[in-house]
Ligand binder design. Sequence first.
Ligand SMILES: NC(=O)c1ccc[n+]([C@@H]2O[C@H](COP(=O)([O-])OP(=O)(O)OC[C@H]3O[C@@H](n4cnc5c(N)ncnc54)[C@H](OP(=O)(O)O)[C@@H]3O)[C@@H](O)[C@H]2O)c1
Length: 214
Amino acid sequence: MRIGILGAGAMADALGTQWARAGHQVMVSGRDTDRAGALAARIGSGARAGTFAEAVAFGEDAVLLAIRHDGVSDVLAAAGAGEGALRGRTLIDCVNAVVWESFTLASSAPMAERIAAAAPGAHVVKAFNVCHADVWRMTPPVFDGAPLAVPLCGDDPGALDTVRALVTDLGCVPLPGGGLERAGLLEATAAFAIGLWLGHGADARAMLPPLTHP
Ligand SMILES: NC(=O)c1ccc[n+]([C@@H]2O[C@H](COP(=O)([O-])OP(=O)(O)OC[C@H]3O[C@@H](n4cnc5c(N)ncnc54)[C@H](OP(=O)(O)O)[C@@H]3O)[C@@H](O)[C@H]2O)c1
């Protein structure tokens, strides 16, 4: 696949490295071209760096939005999303709009819906937002013998197929999360789990019984 990545931070690094290793072509991007170029060099495997608009043009098969939440609308605008640059594209949204002091969400409007509104025609899939970048760097992310499950929320069957394949490339298992109208639940899940992990040092995995004990 040809994957464009909007961002040159920790998530772009973790997921871009995994997908390049899996044989995909990757272009990262950022407002700081030196930072994006350094990341492309670190990823290796022919990874390239470009502007936000170039990454969208490159990402024929998928575009990952890996930008801090307060920069998302500026970056989508710079990428030409408002003019339809992402129309028909699979747009993977891993953004968490978390308020770190309270582990709440910065807006009652789900990030995924705001992204879909700012990128008309894009097939938005919420994914990869629940776990830390260091988990996405693991080869593979397996805990207690079980591969990590990655919930996906999106409406377009083709886009969901694409993201399921990219989840599998990490050695993870895709979980059906429902349509994009449920992406806000995934964002709240991430904020709640982060609050347990970082706020209380508690194990978020401990709060649910196994499937066999409902
Ligand atoms: N890190 C994690 O563990 C993790 C896990 C799950 C989900 N996420 C989500 O993934 C997204 C990316 O996280 P990250 O950890 O990769 O963040 P990061 O390392 O801080 O990198 C964020 C990227 O966003 C860019 N950016 C930030 N503000 C911007 C603005 N106002 N305008 C344009 N670009 C801006 C940064 O550019 P500069 O380099 O120029 O600042 C950088 O390329 C976030 O939404 C986060 O909530 C992160």
